[in-house]
Write a protein that binds this ligand. Structure first.
Ligand SMILES: Cc1cc2nc3c(=O)[nH]c(=O)nc-3n(C[C@H](O)[C@H](O)[C@H](O)COP(=O)(O)O)c2cc1C
Length: 198
């Protein structure tokens, strides 16, 4: 079981970092092979809309995302983790999403990328408590996973988490993330994963 994870918060040791680390701890304990990218330690841009991938399905940019394309196509589970910034993913996470344009071209223009038996998850949290807090990001993430040929399954969503490390005070967040990592890596079918109702 290969798990690919993206940590999309600029605050290291912050809430998203802790939440994703808990998930990956559970996954590794259950035997998964984990590859984690901390997006704010990497150097890359969003899509430049240059059209360079239109005929090849290959992004012309050469940067820290270049090796990530292979991982995106070769993982059983992909986990995006981001805090909410202005009702959105963080800019670096969104830039990763945009760079999936090259794979969207393969899937829908060149038609040489088929959906595969792989799953996408979102780990997401924000400071406020609005009912629609996670609506926008879920739409974005569903579309991202579709472009890479992966089925979006939902994820874990937490409101009211603001200060650095506040997720530690949440009664269930870290234990739920660790348990989900263990369940996913342990081969439990997606219908039996305990996911949040966002
Ligand atoms: C630039 C910025 C924008 C934010 N926008 C929102 C927002 O729209 N809604 C919300 O609930 N929280 C918002 N927050 C709060 C963060 O989502 C919250 O503090 C979160 O716990 C940060 O997670 P982290 O420690 O993983 O970075 C914002 C924080 C920042 C710095």
């Amino acid at each position: 079981m290969k798990i690919l994870a993206f940590q999309g918060s600029p605050r290291f040791g912050g809430n998203t970092d802790l939440l994703l680390s808990a998930f990956l701890r559970g996954a590794e304990e259950a035997g998964a092979e984990v590859r984690r990218y901390d997006l704010y330690r990497m150097d890359y841009k969003g899509c430049l809309e240059c059209g360079g991938c239109d005929r090849t399905g290959e992004c012309v940019l050469e940067d820290d995302l270049t090796p990530v394309y292979t991982d995106l196509l070769d993982s059983d589970v992909i986990v995006l983790a981001s805090p909410i910034f202005f009702y959105n993913l963080t800019s670096r996470t969104q830039a990763l999403v945009e760079r999936a344009q090259a794979l969207w071209v393969r899937r829908y223009v060149l038609k040489n990328l088929s959906p595969r038996d792989a799953h996408g998850l979102l780990l997401c949290l924000g400071a406020t408590r609005g009912k629609k807090l996670f609506e926008g990001v879920q739409r974005v993430v569903r579309y991202f996973f579709d472009a890479v040929g992966v089925t979006y399954r939902g994820g874990l969503f937490y409101r009211g988490i603001e200060k650095r490390g506040a997720v530690r005070e949440h009664p269930t967040a870290l234990s739920e993330a660790e348990a989900l990592g263990r369940a996913v890596a342990g081969g439990l079918p997606p219908e039996r994963w305990s996911l949040s109702d966002p």
